[in-house]
Ligand binder design. Structure first.
Ligand code: 3PG
Length: 209
């Protein structure tokens, strides 16, 4: 699956932090029941790789990606455990020098115009705009579009229900990412029904053509 297809799976990519392996199944079931077929598991807990592995094996309908990729090792570990795509908050030399080793679609993060230009030069067309709300928000991406019209974004970081639609309305936004569907607290409190309802709401947001 190419990056454009991955970003077209859902108007919102749930970005999650899993701390217990038992959270995997009910969370995946809630997302799928709500019509969301994609998940980004951040490498911000001890069990993240194990969770990616479990979700990939037990939920073939769910496209499982890995987030908070900070190094080539992170990327390779995630892919070894079944990640179908990887997401980073930014790009460092280690990642930059080893792009050819990463065998799945990679969504690098940036919030700077110079980096966007450099990534475009390297062939990237799809970027994560991070941290979206605190790096200039909707107005920033609106200003980027006429200057770098070949770039499409998945803004992530601080986006909540109240303005999700406004972000999605931008011509250079394919989808948004964030914890708004399954925030830490709902996962910790096992509020699977609430997560399913949020996933259903998200699925009804207008998908991008
Ligand atoms: C990420 O890892 O991409 C962000 O932490 C998600 O941001 P949010 O929790 O503000 O949605």
């Amino acid at each position: 699956m190419e990056m454009n297809e991955i970003l077209g799976l859902s108007p919102v990519i749930p970005v999650v932090r899993l701390t217990k392996i038992e959270q995997c199944c009910p969370l995946a079931e809630a997302l799928l029941a709500g019509g969301v077929r994609i998940i980004e598991v951040t490498l911000r807990s001890d069990i993240a790789l194990k969770a990616i592995n479990k979700l990939s094996i037990e939920f073939p309908k769910l496209i499982v990606g890995a987030g908070t990729i900070l190094s080539t090792k992170n990327a390779l570990d995630a892919v070894d455990n079944g990640a179908r795509f990887i997401v980073s908050p930014g790009v460092n030399l280690d990642l930059e020098n080893n792009l050819d080793k990463i065998q799945v679609p990679f969504l690098p993060g940036t919030s700077s115009v110079s980096e966007m230009m450099k990534l475009l030069e390297k062939g990237f067309r799809y970027l994560k705009f991070f941290p979206a709300e605190s790096s200039g928000g909707i107005e920033f991406l609106k200003a980027i579009h006429p200057v770098l019209p070949d770039l499409k974004f998945c803004p992530t970081g601080g986006i909540r229900e109240k303005n999700a639609k406004d972000w999605l309305a931008l011509p250079n936004v394919l989808c948004i990412g964030g914890s708004l569907i399954a925030p830490d607290k709902l996962i910790l409190d096992k509020k699977w029904e609430e997560i399913r309802n949020r996933a259903s709401w998200v699925s009804k947001l207008k998908p991008k053509p």
